[in-house]
Design a protein around this ligand. Structure first.
Ligand code: TYD
Ligand code: MG
Length: 452
């Protein structure tokens, strides 16, 4: 049997020791040793043969693999990937526990009836997988399941099954017998991922690795993975709400600015093809404190409802709270309202909420945020046929935003009659829109026009 040896390497200074230590004797850092497998030395003759077998080529001599992506039946997923899964690629699907990663992966596996799919789970038993499949009301006789945590067996079984797509749920539960450290540790995650990567490149099997990423990134495993894989997809959302967003953080075969929107239902994840409709449909007409923003996430425009509640502070210090919006940015906007537009909000509690539990980072939502705050403060509703797009600067000026034409087009498509846009956003053809455009340069102009 081949002899393998493991060695412990300090991740800070590179010192190697034969046994694990809490503190590096060389650089004095704590808890930096990670177990690694020492590769056996190869005979130089074999090495030369390998080098000769793998020679450089020119671009014309490389076979193009343009059309052999594996399109999944989930359009939103294909959109984020840039068309489909590339054979031989390694894709990391990350996200908080309970967000729906296993559900998404299983749905995809069961819907790919034309391809051989291998779904290996270390998290769930075969009965649990079957139970989930029944809940999803899906079945696929071309899909093979394995409940396994040993890397070596998984590799052997994959070679046997020879699937086109391998799904591993999750990388943190896999462990290699060559290492002593527990599953989920940095050294195990790295060893498993690199073995799987070699398998993928050698056989052309596309691999989806599922990984848990905690909010503060405290779990080091997936961070190590990000460098090794070809594509990183992040599944986000608030588990208490039904909307989920799939974003790509890294994509060697497509753009990273696309995003997919899903809704978690009783029978799995459904695609949301027209998010605007879903996110504003339940809007009630004559309630103060709501405002619609025309926002762009990635390159996708949609309309979203912003809700604000302003009330007199019951206790000494007023509360400011925001759900789905950056609290520091809210405080900044409140300071602008106070200082530049003369609104007395200092003794008021301000609560801000983005509909549907989504998180918005687009600065063009500023204008809708401040109008919703003002609407609640003076208790005057905003005309429900109005919407807003504009970034607010520190002096109360409205700054130009990106993709203004898409924002206007989306508002028009959704039947809005008026959109407030930054006065500086020029250089586009406004004649093609029939929605009324209201360019504004300062927040006061918007207030005067929207609240009469
Ligand atoms: P899951 O895919 O297990 O999350 P992850 O793998 O990311 O940890 O999803 C778990 C949640 O999804 C769980 O709270 C129940 C919910 N869910 C539904 O609402 N509908 C469904 O059809 C399924 C399968 C799960
Ligand atoms: Mg899971």
């Amino acid at each position: 049997m081949a002899q393998t040896k493991s060695i412990y390497t300090c991740q800070n200074c590179g010192t190697q020791v034969p046994k694990w230590m809490g503190r590096c004797p060389s650089c004095n850092e704590w808890n930096t040793f990670v177990e690694e497998v020492v590769a056996k030395k190869q005979k130089s003759g074999k090495l030369l043969a390998q080098i000769l077998g793998n020679q450089p080529v020119t671009l014309e001599n490389i076979q193009s693999s343009k059309n052999n992506r594996i399109p999944t039946t989930i359009t939103e997923f294909n959109r984020v990937l840039g068309g489909g899964i590339v054979p031989g690629s390694l894709l990391l699907l990350g996200g908080d526990p309970g967000i729906g990663k296993s559900t998404l992966a299983l749905q995809m596996a069961l819907q790919l009836t034309e391809r051989k799919v291998f779904y290996a789970s270390g998290e769930e038993s075969l009965q649990q997988i079957k139970f989930r499949a029944e809940r999803l009301k899906l079945s696929n006789s071309n899909c093979y399941f394995l409940s396994e945590t040993s890397l070596e067996n998984l590799i052997a079984q994959t070679e046997q099954v020879q699937p086109e797509l391998l799904i591993i749920d999750s990388i943190q539960t896999l462990s290699s017998e060559l290492l002593e450290s527990p599953a989920g540790s940095v050294s195990q995650v790295r060893q498993c991922a690199s073995t799987i990567m070699k398998l993928a490149k050698r056989t052309g099997i596309a691999v989806i690795l599922i990984g848990h990423i905690t909010k503060d990134g405290s779990l080091a495993g997936p961070k190590v993975l990000e460098h090794m894989v070809d594509t990183v997809l992040q599944f986000e959302g608030d588990t208490n709400y039904m909307y989920r967003i799939l974003r790509s953080g890294k994509n060697r075969f497509g753009s990273t600015s696309e995003l997919g929107i899903f809704e978690m239902t009783g029978t799995g994840l459904c695609e949301v093809a027209n998010p605007s409709e879903q996110l504003i449909s339940k809007m009630s007409d004559h309630v103060s404190g709501t405002s619609i923003a025309s926002t762009v996430e990635g390159i996708r425009p949609f309309l979203i409802e912003i809700q604000a509640l302003v009330s007199s502070a019951a206790y000494g210090t007023p509360q400011r709270s925001a759900t789905g919006f950056d609290l520091r940015r809210l405080n900044m906007l409140l300071a602008v309202l106070e200082k530049r537009a003369g609104f007395k909000l200092i003794q008021k509690d301000v609560f801000l909420n983005i509909a549907g539990g989504l998180k918005i980072s687009d600065p063009a939502t500023d204008l809708a945020v401040i109008t919703s705050i003002l609407s609640s403060n003076i208790d005057v509703p905003i005309d429900h046929k109005n919407c807003f797009a504009g970034e607010v600067g520190l002096t109360g000026e409205i700054r130009a935003v990106s993709r203004i034409e898409q924002r206007i087009a989306e508002a028009q498509k959704m039947g809005f009659e008026k959109i407030y846009i930054p006065g500086n956003n020029k250089g586009f053809d406004s004649s093609k829109f029939h929605i009324k455009l209201v360019p504004a340069n300062r927040v006061e102009e918007v207030f005067k026009s929207a609240f009469g």
